[in-house]
Ligand binder design. Structure first.
Ligand SMILES: [Fe+2]
Ligand SMILES: [Fe+2]
Length: 470
């Protein structure tokens, strides 16, 4: 521990708030690359953090060890107890940038008495007023994005089908005892080509995914979209490698099901909570972790497969395997939210139908019992109160599909296209309506598209596909 550091108040700052003269006592947020240490990073840590300690996340919880004992494949969460004589502990000109480049993002610091006061965090940009010139300018940009999004729906649908076939084949081969990562590569190629991300997410909201394979594809594209948002908002860089790792983790999260009888995983009948099928199903998490580690997959993907059913309240029947919630890394906590959300909107036939807006409500109700509440909040912020493809009733009585989520400050003002007027007549000429520039119109409720279209998902999807704004 640094001399007298205990007597000085510690403040938590981001790298860009560091000022010369401050002393770093702890590094409290590290970039994704520390989630599993590689040999080079271990060497770097040992050379530059002599005398400090690392907080590791292990199977039995958090553990603080001297940096000298940190080894490859450890999962490092923070660096604490920096000795005061460490060069890296004294903030000098240029140090914040190099810390950032190295993946150090947030710090606990103490001020030296003569240091200039640190800047307060930048205030958030003021909300754009509804109907303002600024909102109109933003509309032009949103228009282009919405048109591109609509154009990619059909190619994205084809890619989704191919990717879920790949996953099905992979599971079938796995059942016969041959796992290979080739399948994963081609599934990734399918969903990363041609910038299909947001269209793939939209399809996940409208098409059913009764079977494990489409569930895995849909879950992974939602996970990638939302978790990338989360990482970027916390100042982390999401390069191709990280993006692919998130996708792989999603594709493979239920791979352990390939060890189970096909009748169980393809079943459309609900199993009772204490049935033998449910107990068998629970094994998919340990099988999955084993398969992925045998395949030499990244630890982050193994953790997602292993822990995506661990609930915050581990006494819940639905929580397994039996490990403390503390050991569950943040990406897995986030993936757990997405997994439940996708399973709901995927509308397995033995379940009640859930449209995206209702699934968001379901998740919010379990914010504190089943999930990590911070992850729920970030997920809901990414998806919006009315996620893309939600069918909404406007205050005018018209029925519209959401094409782009609303700004955070005005959740009831997404970009929509009206498909039916208040009298229930279908609209043939579709227009894009940005409710941020229409002061008198807003979304007032979410409409269940299954109920509205007599439970036929294909009709809901066909109407969505027919939206033509050219
Ligand atoms: Fe699962
Ligand atoms: Fe799942």
């Amino acid at each position: 521990m640094a001399e007298n550091a205990d007597n000085l108040p510690r403040r938590t700052l981001k790298y860009h708030q560091l000022r010369p003269g401050m002393t770093i006592q702890e590094i409290t947020e590290l970039s994704f690359s520390y989630a599993t240490l590689d040999a080079e990073t271990v060497r770097f840590l040992k050379a530059n953090f002599k005398g400090a300690s690392g907080v590791l996340i292990g199977d039995s919880g958090r553990e603080t060890v001297p940096i000298a004992q940190v080894k490859e494949l450890d999962q490092l969460e923070a660096i604490v107890d920096l000795p005061a004589d460490l060069i890296i502990a004294k903030v000098a000109l240029g140090l914040p940038e190099s810390l950032y480049k190295r993946g150090f993002l947030e710090f606990k610091v103490t001020d030296s008495p003569d240091a200039p006061a640190a800047e307060e965090p930048e205030p958030e940009a003021p909300a754009i007023a509804v109907g303002s010139d600024e909102a109109k300018r933003a509309y032009q940009e949103r228009l282009i994005q919405v048109k591109t999004f609509l154009e990619t729906v059909n190619p994205a649908l084809e890619s989704r089908d191919r990717a879920s076939n790949v996953i099905e084949e992979m599971m079938d081969r796995g059942r016969a005892g041959h796992f290979s990562s080739k399948g994963v590569e081609s599934a990734i190629a399918e969903v990363t080509g041609q910038n299909l991300g947001s269209a793939m997410q939209a399809i996940a909201g409208l098409k059913n995914s009764d079977q494990t394979y489409a569930h895995c594809v849909d879950m992974s594209v939602i996970l990638q979209g939302c978790y990338t948002d989360l990482l970027e908002q916390s100042g982390k860089k999401v390069d191709d490698l990280v993006g692919r790792l998130i996708l792989v983790s999603g594709f493979m999260h239920d791979i352990g099901k390939s060890k189970l009888p096909k009748e169980i995983i393809d079943s459309t009948v609900a199993f009772a909570p204490d049935s033998k099928e449910r107990i068998i199903l629970r094994n998919h998490v340990t099988y999955g972790a084993q398969i992925l580690s045998d395949m030499g997959m990244h630890k982050a993907a193994i953790d997602v497969a292993h822990y995506h059913h661990v609930k915050k309240d581990t006494s819940l029947l639905a929580s397994y395997p039996d490990v403390p919630f503390d050991v569950v890394p943040s990406m897995v906590r986030f993936a757990a939210v997405v997994d439940v959300y996708q399973a709901l909107i995927g509308r397995r036939s033995y379940k009640k139908n859930w449209v995206p807006g209702k699934a968001i409500d379901y998740i919010l109700k379990r914010r504190n019992t089943e999930f990590d509440e911070r992850m729920v909040d970030r997920f809901v912020a990414s998806m919006g109160k009315y996620p893309v493809v939600s069918l909404v009733r406007l205050n005018t009585g018209d029925l519209a599909y959401v094409l782009m989520i609303a700004p955070k400050e005005h959740p009831e003002r997404p970009v929509v296209s009206i498909i039916e007027n208040a009298q229930g007549e279908m609209i043939t000429h579709h227009e894009i309506l940005d409710l941020m520039v229409e002061p008198d119109i807003y979304a007032s409720e979410v409409v269940d598209h299954y109920e509205h279209y007599n439970e036929t998902e294909d009709q809901a999807f066909r109407i969505f596909q027919s939206i033509d704004v050219s």
